[in-house]
Design a protein around this ligand. Structure first.
Ligand code: PMV
Length: 365
C-alpha cells in the first residue's frame, strides 16, 4: 500500500467511531480543467503515473457540481443518482459509481450514503475539451467537504492534498486541478515534495507567467476516436516508452527552473516539444493512431510562422485530441488576439474558440 493512502486510512479510522453530526446536507463546488505543459502519458497499476507532469489550471472551463447526501446506518451500500446538465447520464454515472466504490477504504462512510449528484460544465459539451479533470476534481472536493460536514470536524491534515488523491483515482490529470496557477503530479527530482499519489501546487512561478492566456481552438468537437485510458495502456508496449519517460523527466527539471526565472521562450520550446512528443507516442503505438487533423497542423504552422515573423511570445500545446491550445503571456494579448481572429479562427469548427487563462482553482459555490 502507498504511504499517503495509509495515512488517510488511519485518519479516517480515528473518526468513524464518532457519531455523524450532520446526517443530511448538500455541498457545491466549481472546479476547473487544466492543460498539461509536461504531459502524463502512460501509467502503472493503481493509477500511478509513468512520469511526472506539470499543468496550468484554467479559469473559465469549469465543472459545477452539487451533491446532496443522506447518511443512514441502515443502508447497506452506497446509492448514487447522477444527472449531467439536467439529464441522467448513464456512462458518466457508471464511471462515478466505479470511482466511488474504489474510495470505500479511505471514505468508509460512503457505504451508508445516498448521494444525489448534479453537474454541469461551463464549456460546451463535446467541444473536445477534456472534462474529466474538472468533473473528477469537483467531485473530489465535494466528497472531502461532505466528510468534514458529516463528522463536524477536520478529518485530514491537508484538505486539498486529500482532494487531489481522491481526484487522481477518478482521472489522473484531475489530481492537478485542485490547485490554482500550476500544479505538479508525480515524483520528480525538481520538486522534493512531489508524489505519485497526489499533486502539489507549484510554488515558484515568475510574475510573467501569472495570468498566462490559453485560447483553445476547437478544430474538431465530439468524442475522441481513442480514449485516454486506451492511449495510456498502449504505452505499455510502445518501443519508445522508456525514452519518453526519461525525456519527460528532463523536461520537468528544465521547466521548473524556467518557470522560476520567467524565460518564456524556453517555456515555449518545452511546451511544443511535449505536445509533439505526446502525439508521437500515439503514432508509434501499436496500433498507431493519429488524433491531429489537417487544421491542427495548419494552426501549428501559422502559430510558428507568426512567432518567427513578429517575435511575439506565443506557443501551442495539444491535449489527446485535435484541438490546439494557444498559450501566450498576458502582456502579448493585444497582438495575439488579432492574429487569432484573422488567421486561426477560420480553421476552427464553426469558428469556435474558447478564451481561457490561468485560474485560481476550485471554489465553493
Ligand atoms: O487524466 P487522463 O487519464 O484523462 O489522461 C490525461 C492525459 C493528457 O491529458 C493527454 C495529458 C495530461 O497530463 O493531462
Amino acid at each position: 500500500m502507498n504511504k499517503f493512502e495509509n495515512i488517510l486510512i488511519k485518519e479516517v479510522q480515528a473518526i468513524i467511531t464518532d457519531r455523524p453530526v450532520n446526517t443530511e446536507g448538500s455541498v457545491s463546488w466549481s472546479s476547473p480543467s487544466n492543460i498539461a505543459i509536461v504531459k502524463y502519458w502512460g501509467k502503472r497499476p493503481g493509477q500511478i503515473p509513468a512520469n511526472a507532469s506539470v499543468s496550468m489550471t484554467l479559469s473559465e472551463a469549469v465543472s459545477k457540481t452539487k451533491i446532496a447526501y443522506t447518511y443512514s446506518q441502515k443502508r447497506k451500500a452506497l446509492s448514487v443518482k447522477f444527472k449531467f446538465e439536467g439529464k441522467e447520464h448513464k456512462e458518466f454515472g457508471k464511471r462515478i459509481g466505479k470511482s466511488l466504490d474504489g474510495l470505500i477504504e479511505i471514505m468508509p462512510w460512503l457505504s451508508y450514503m445516498e448521494l444525489s449528484i448534479t453537474s454541469q460544465n461551463t464549456f460546451p459539451h463535446s467541444s473536445g475539451i477534456a472534462s474529466s479533470a474538472s468533473a473528477m476534481s469537483a467531485l473530489a472536493v465535494c466528497l472531502c467537504e461532505i466528510e468534514e460536514l458529516l463528522y463536524g470536524k477536520r478529518v485530514t491534515g491537508d484538505f486539498y492534498k486529500k482532494a487531489s488523491f481522491v481526484a487522481r483515482l477518478g482521472s489522473g490529470s484531475a489530481s492537478r486541478s485542485v490547485y490554482g496557477n500550476m500544479a505538479v503530479w508525480g515524483m520528480t527530482a525538481c520538486q522534493p515534495l512531489s508524489s505519485d499519489e497526489y499533486a502539489i501546487p507549484l510554488k515558484e512561478i515568475h510574475d510573467d507567467f501569472l495570468g498566462m492566456k490559453d485560447s483553445i481552438l476547437i478544430i474538431e468537437s465530439g468524442k475522441k476516436s481513442i480514449s485516454s485510458s486506451l492511449g495510456h495502456d498502449l504505452m505499455k508496449s510502445n518501443p519508445y516508452a522508456r525514452l519518453r519517460f526519461e525525456a519527460a523527466e528532463e523536461n520537468m527539471q528544465r521547466l521548473c527552473g524556467i518557470i522560476k526565472s520567467g524565460d518564456i521562450s524556453s517555456f515555449i520550446d518545452i511546451l511544443e516539444n511535449e505536445a509533439l512528443s505526446l502525439h508521437a507516442m500515439m503514432m508509434t503505438s501499436s496500433p498507431g493512431y493519429l488524433l491531429m487533423k489537417p487544421n491542427t497542423l495548419e494552426a501549428i504552422e501559422r502559430i510558428r510562422m507568426f512567432r518567427m515573423e513578429t517575435g511575439t511570445e506565443i506557443g501551442f500545446t495539444l491535449d489527446a485530441g485535435a484541438n490546439v491550445h494557444v498559450l501566450y503571456p498576458e502582456k502579448s494579448q493585444d497582438k495575439v488576439k488579432s492574429f487569432i481572429e484573422s488567421e486561426l479562427k477560420p480553421l476552427c469548427q464553426n469558428e469556435m474558440i474558447i478564451h481561457d487563462c490561468m485560474g485560481s482553482g476550485p471554489n465553493r459555490i
